[in-house]
Write a protein that binds this ligand. Structure first.
Ligand code: XBP
Ligand code: MG
Length: 246
């Protein structure tokens, strides 16, 4: 019996990469006087590396720049990037994806426990929830598993295992919501059934093993399209979801 929904953040709760994180990285690079600029295609390729610090380091390494940089360059740049990202969120630059707030509310009404399992920082999670639903919504999530709280980031299962342990739940009692191939490998690696809501950056990812692949969770204005199997055009409510998966 599904007792909890565990949500990924970037790409799942919100389409935050293209116009959020990517813009914040570029602002941090400019502020540091670097001539680095990640356009949308470059960033899409870099998303295969999870974690902002890890992504910065990977970029510098592939361009042979590591030896010229301060050993702390990635942490320093990432702190600046996070500051810019939080400012973008506070300016309401990013909205939740279709159906997310609706499903969160329906889940709460149905007594389903909520948690987050993400690669991004706790700061970014709090800023996204506060700027889209309101400060109070942070308390909807029993556990916010985020960023460096675990040694290995997605696609490692560590962050999902961390959330399961904190919630004292077995993987079979939880349903994960993800957007990417890396995220799916993490949730499946921890044994969770997973619903994928794919997005522009993850459209071509490998979603083998997902219980459902959707274009979004859907709501009355934007009905959900079940890409794995057609269930007709409807917004996916908790009841339908649990019927499909139980
Ligand atoms: C996606 C990520 C994150 C973000 C950037 O996280 O890989 O690294 O791209 O955020 P999710 P940070 O697991 O929510 O899909 O710079 O804070 O890492
Ligand atoms: Mg994601």
């Amino acid at each position: 019996m599904i007792e909890a929904f565990v949500f990924d953040v970037d790409g799942t709760l919100a389409d935050s990469e293209r116009d959020g994180h990517r813009v914040a990285f570029n602002l941090a690079f400019a502020e540091a006087g670097l001539d680095w600029h990640w356009d949308e295609d470059t960033y899409g390729a870099l998303l295969s590396v999870t974690g902002g610090k890890e992504r910065i380091r990977h970029f510098a390494r592939t361009r042979g720049l590591l030896q010229d940089l301060d050993p702390q360059f990635d942490a320093l740049l990432h702190a600046a990037k996070t500051r810019h990202y939080v400012a973008l969120l506070e300016g309401h630059a990013i909205a939740l994806r279709a159906g997310v707030e609706r499903l969160l509310n329906e889940a709460r009404e149905a007594g389903i426990r909520l948690a987050i399992a993400t690669t991004t920082t706790p700061q970014n999670v709090a800023a996204l929830l506060a700027s889209t639903i309101g400060e109070h919504s942070i308390g909807w999530f029993e556990v916010i598993g985020a960023g460096d709280v675990v040694p290995r980031k997605k696609p490692a299962p560590d962050i999902y295992r961390y959330v399961l342990a904190k919630m004292r739940l077995d993987a079979r009692q939880c349903l994960a919501f993800e957007d990417s191939g890396n995220g799916l490998r993490a949730s499946l690696g921890a044994g969770l059934k997973t619903v994928i809501t794919r997005n522009g950056y993850t459209r071509d990812d490998d979603f083998t093993g997902a219980a459902l692949v959707l274009d979004s969770l859907g709501d009355t204005e934007h009905p959900s399209q079940v890409l794995r199997r057609q269930y007709g055009r409807d917004c996916l409510c908790v009841t339908t979801l649990l019927q499909l998966l139980n």
